[in-house]
Structures are given as structure tokens and as C-alpha cells.
Design a binder for this molecule. Structure first.
Ligand SMILES: [Zn+2]
Length: 332
């Protein structure tokens, strides 16, 4: 009876569609009729990341067994640094606006063309979406948000550009005012807003003003309250991508081979975590937080080390054996 129920539960879950970080790729094709599919996994309780493997077995099993899972703590030694000038990155502007969807697990922009060329491979941009708080940790520290730009190659390989987003609590200033700021102030601001950065790219002409919010994000998030219900979408105002693209290319990427951070947790994902940081106003951050809530998978083990859930299962089994072998507690 119990196994029958389990089989029924598995069969039911297998017919559902999981929207994920891989939405729009070969792993999770978008619905052809234009409807917004709502994810059936989540971030808390029984559908949270501790139980993703069981939600759609065996498709998701690597979530609990894989040894190169994402996200990770981006500390020295787990990544190599690649200068932004060493990749080719183009993302088409969207002058007519773009579809902005609430998938239940994230909010996502359906892009209209873009390519990433790195190490003789070409990937096509499918979408970008957001996590709150950040999934990767910057040397042990979570950031307010993280943007994922998801690319797929003709050979169905996946590459993701991850970009941390900070809340800009500095008074809004024009680009001209920011550029005119003192050198000391500029350096301090760059350190706070952008974190580690290639000194060679420390060129304010190549990057947007450090104390102003990222225009793309402010434009986009001005509409996020219109998709507060999972399964809804809105057409955004015109989106200019060149500001962010130029900014990314003027900085560097921390490269490692990891996985999707959502089911099915497929490995072989080429991660490019930018050393540049984008910025949103506290008002925009509050609006996005009200819609997303929380959608970050817990940090995974160092690439190449055993999956944390495997270690946890072994530890639980060992604890159970030890408890069974222990002499019964004396009755008082
Ligand atoms: Zn993601």
C-alpha cells in the first residue's frame, strides 16, 4: 500500500512541469502556447532543496548525489579568473519591451537574442532571472540578490553568468555627479559597490556610475509588482542591455564548472560569476522581495567533494546505529 502510494506520487510529480534556472533551455522548454508555467519545487519544507531529489526521481537524483553542485562559496582556489575582455558578450536591446514572468520560484525576463563566446564555444542567451538573497557567496558573504543570465550552446551545453546585486543606500546621484566625486570617495564607493575588481579595469569611463542604481534593473523592477501572482507576466518598458553588458566586459569573471541551482541540478554548467556588481534602490529591492520572497539554494560542497546530502545521510545512519547499540538508559 505504502509503495503504491509512493508510486502514484512519483507518477503525478513526473507529469508536472518544473520551471527552473534552465527554463527556456533544452532541459525545460518554454510552453509553446505562451502560458507561464509555475514551478512545483520550492525553497522551504517538503518541496525545498533538501528534498528536491525525491520530487522527480530519478531525474533530480543528482541534486543529492552530484559532486559538482552549485551554488558554492566563491573562495580562492575554487575558481579561475577570466578577464571580461577575453570573452565575447552581446545582448540585444529590447526596444519594444520584453515579457517578464513570475514562475513561482523566480521572476524571469524572456530575452530577444544574445551570445556568449568563450573558449571557442558559442552560447545563445535564453533568459535572465533573479535570486534573493544571492546563491553564490562572495568569499563567505551573501549578497542582496543575484542575477542569472542563462545561455545554451547548439550542443546543448549550458553557461550561466551570475552577477551580484547590492542595495544602493547612497543618495541617488547623477552619473555626472558621481564621476566628479573625489578620488578617495570614488575608490571607497567602488570597493563597496563592486567588491573585488581588476585594477586594470578601474576605468570610470567604461563602467556606469558607481553610486547610481543600474538603470536596467530599476526599469525592470518598476513593473515587478504587476506580476506578484505566480503564473502571471507583464510587458516591460524598453530595456537597454548595453550598459550592463559593457560593465560586465570591463570587469572579470570567476569561472568554475558546476550545476543548475534548481532541479534537475544538472552538472557540466559553465559558471561565470562576475566581479562587477549591479545596484538597486532600497525601494526596488523591497518590491522584488515582496514578490520573490526567498529563492536561494543552500551553498553546496566544494567542487569535487562529496554531496552534502550524501554526507548527511551517512551521518544520520551512523547516528542511528550508535543509538541502537547504546545500552538502554538506566531507569531512575
Ligand atoms: Zn538561477
Amino acid at each position: 500500500m505504502r509503495s503504491t502510494l509512493l508510486a502514484l506520487a512519483l507518477a503525478a510529480s513526473a507529469t508536472r512541469v518544473f520551471a527552473s534556472c534552465a527554463h527556456g533551455t533544452f532541459l525545460r522548454p518554454r510552453a509553446e502556447n505562451g502560458t507561464v508555467e509555475i514551478a512545483t519545487f520550492g525553497y522551504t519544507g517538503n518541496i525545498g532543496p533538501l528534498n528536491w531529489a525525491a520530487l522527480e526521481a530519478p531525474v533530480n537524483s543528482v541534486c543529492a548525489t552530484g559532486t559538482r553542485q552549485s551554488p558554492i562559496d566563491m573562495v580562492d582556489g575554487v575558481f579561475t579568473l577570466l578577464q571580461g575582455s577575453d570573452i565575447q558578450l552581446t545582448v540585444n536591446d529590447m526596444p519594444e519591451g520584453a515579457d517578464f514572468e513570475n514562475l513561482g520560484t523566480t521572476v524571469e525576463v524572456i530575452t530577444q537574442g544574445g551570445t556568449l563566446q568563450v573558449a571557442d564555444k558559442t552560447f545563445e542567451l535564453q533568459q535572465f532571472h533573479f535570486h534573493l538573497p544571492s546563491e553564490h557567496l562572495d568569499a563567505g558573504t551573501s549578497q542582496a540578490m543575484e542575477m542569472h543570465m542563462v545561455f545554451q550552446s547548439a550542443a546543448q551545453e549550458i553557461a550561466v553568468i551570475g552577477v551580484y546585486i547590492n542595495v544602493n543606500d547612497a543618495p541617488a546621484a547623477s552619473a555626472a555627479a558621481a564621476a566628479a566625486a573625489t578620488t578617495t570617495k570614488t575608490k571607497r564607493s567602488r570597493s563597496r559597490i563592486f567588491g573585488r575588481q581588476d585594477p586594470a579595469s578601474n576605468n570610470t569611463a567604461a563602467a556606469p556610475a558607481t553610486t547610481t542604481p543600474t538603470a536596467l534593473l530599476e526599469t525592470l523592477f518598476s513593473t515587478v509588482d504587476q506580476i506578484s501572482t505566480p503564473g502571471t507576466k507583464v510587458k516591460t518598458p524598453p530595456l537597454v542591455m548595453s550598459e550592463v553588458v559593457d560593465f560586465l566586459k570591463a570587469n572579470a569573471f570567476q569561472i568554475y564548472s558546476g550545476s543548475l541551482t534548481t532541479p534537475p541540478c544538472s552538472e557540466g554548467v559553465s559558471w561565470h560569476v562576475s566581479t562587477a556588481r549591479l545596484s538597486v534602490t532600497p525601494t526596488s529591492f523591497a518590491k522584488v522581495r515582496d514578490v520573490i520572497g526567498f529563492n536561494a539554494r543552500f551553498p553546496q560542497n566544494t567542487p569535487g567533494q562529496p554531496n552534502i546530502l550524501m554526507l548527511s545521510a551517512l551521518g544520520s545512519a551512523a547516528a542511528a546505529v550508535a543509538a541502537a547499540a547504546a545500552p538502554a538508559a538506566p531507569v531512575a
